[in-house]
Design a protein around this ligand. Structure first.
Ligand SMILES: C[S@@+](CC[C@H](N)C(=O)[O-])C[C@H]1O[C@@H](n2cnc3c(N)ncnc32)[C@H](O)[C@@H]1O
Length: 400
């Protein structure tokens, strides 16, 4: 299998009958096309496949689809529990392992995850221009691919992608169909599920949604509120269900905008909420402006992580810097933020307070909550101490 210059996204190979084939490289995660690859089928033993992917060789699967899934599971077991080599760890790796600084542990964990994703992402499959997988016992992925990529055009080219990514698209589609129950929406009455689209931040943690459901609305907010970076639209929907007459929900991601609109329609609040593509704020002013930016100020290593990681706290700082100019007199900005970054040594409380001060804002109050999700209780998690101490807050910000 070759990546052809001058178009590095075109892969070429010979099929089982020796016929030349080609397809576009597709990686939602933004990974580059593999430099080296070969075809693999049901005869490939897991140990050999593991050796090849560790050496940087991608495997384009030509066998039975179920066997590809089994091979992926076998690779996972090998990646997660590398066999003992009998060698002593080097001084450098021992020192790295001994680092207990939370920020170092966090970065080590991300590096491990990135390496895992790279290895497991080396088992590839072809999806043709009509979103079919030309393999024995392959599932019908048409609807899931349409949901993630849109309808295929008449000239749609075949694409090669990681099997793991394709399985992610299929499970995201199941999740989109079934939706996530939101306790705050249930408490407010009516349909209570949010249906996340592929690649959109999903509100699996309910505690921050409860904060927005319960904080007293400032004067004027019964008429108008904004939700900056709306994602699935969950916070805008909560505000609408609380009776806010008009909500403006912004985002920059086309998938988030489509997802939010879909949810507003399902929840019966579409007449109250306007979805606007904007970099942070829409034009004008509002008496209540809510924002839940990504909580961790680190670089996203894939495009799918962009709603989770906020390099250099760009969205957080942009929201704070622009808030005063967009608040109506007497209005409030509600910043939803966890202090996990502080426990991990990635941001300080002093820096946050300084940004608030520099933006001409004051803290009128803060409502705190603690995470209910399982990882906060998981003592085997390398970041347990930070996760167990995490507090999520709704900061009530006003113009000074
Ligand atoms: C952490 S998610 C929060 C989503 C949703 N508000 C929630 O609470 O579940 C952050 C969202 O902000 C969006 N976003 C990031 N930068 C943005 C910007 N400059 N302007 C508008 N939206 C942005 C992302 O696409 C993502 O949907």
């Amino acid at each position: 299998m070759h990546t052809s210059a001058p178009s590095p996204s075109l892969l070429t190979w010979a099929d089982a009958h020796g016929q030349p084939q080609q397809a576009l490289w597709h990686s939602e995660a933004g990974r580059p096309a593999p430099q080296r690859g070969q075809c693999a089928d049901d005869r490939m033993a897991a140990d050999r496949a593991y050796r090849l992917v560790c050496e940087g060789t991608a495997l384009l699967w030509q066998g039975d689809f179920f066997n590809a899934r089994h091979l992926l599971d076998a690779l996972k077991r090998r990646v997660d529990q590398p066999r003992r080599s009998g060698k002593k760890p080097s001084a450098a790796s021992a020192a790295a392992g001994a680092s207990h600084a939370p920020a170092a542990q966090f970065h080590q964990q991300r590096q491990k995850q990135a390496r895992r994703a790279q290895l497991l992402g080396s088992l590839l499959v072809l999806v043709d221009g009509a979103y079919r997988i030309p393999l024995r016992r392959a599932p019908d992925v048409y609807a899931a691919c349409c949901a993630a990529w849109g309808e295929p055009g008449p000239e749609a080219a075949p694409r090669v992608l990681a099997l793991r990514e394709l399985l992610g698209i299929v499970s995201a589609y199941e999740w989109r169909k079934s939706g996530v129950p939101i306790a705050a929406l249930q408490a407010l009455g009516g349909y209570d599920r949010i249906h996340p689209h592929y690649g959109v931040f999903s509100p699996v943690r309910g505690e921050y949604v409860d904060l927005v459901a319960q904080a007293p609305l400032p004067v004027g907010a019964q008429q108008l509120a904004w939700d900056i970076g709306t994602g699935t639209g969950v916070l805008a929907a909560v505000l609408a269900r609380r009776g806010v007459a008009q909500v403006v929900a912004t985002d920059m991601s086309p998938r988030a905008l489509a997802c939010a609109q879909d949810n507003f329609e399902r929840l019966g609040v579409a007449a109250q909420v306007r979805v606007v593509e904007a970099d942070l704020f829409p034009p004008g002013q509002a008496p209540l402006i809510v924002c839940n930016p990504p909580w961790l100020p680190v670089r996203a290593s894939t495009t799918l992580e962009q709603a989770v990681y906020d390099p250099e706290s760009r969205m957080l700082r942009g929201f704070l810097a622009g808030l005063a100019a967009h608040l109506q007199p007497g209005g409030e900005g509600w910043l939803i933020l966890s202090d996990l970054a502080e426990h991990l040594g990635l941001r300080t409380r002093a820096a946050l307070l300084q940004w608030i001060e520099e933006a001409g804002l004051a803290v009128a109050g803060r409502v705190d909550t603690t995470p209910r999700h399982g990882r906060a209780q998981d003592a085997s998690d390398a970041l347990h101490a930070a996760r167990a101490a995490e507090v999520t807050s709704l900061w009530r910000l006003v113009v000074r």
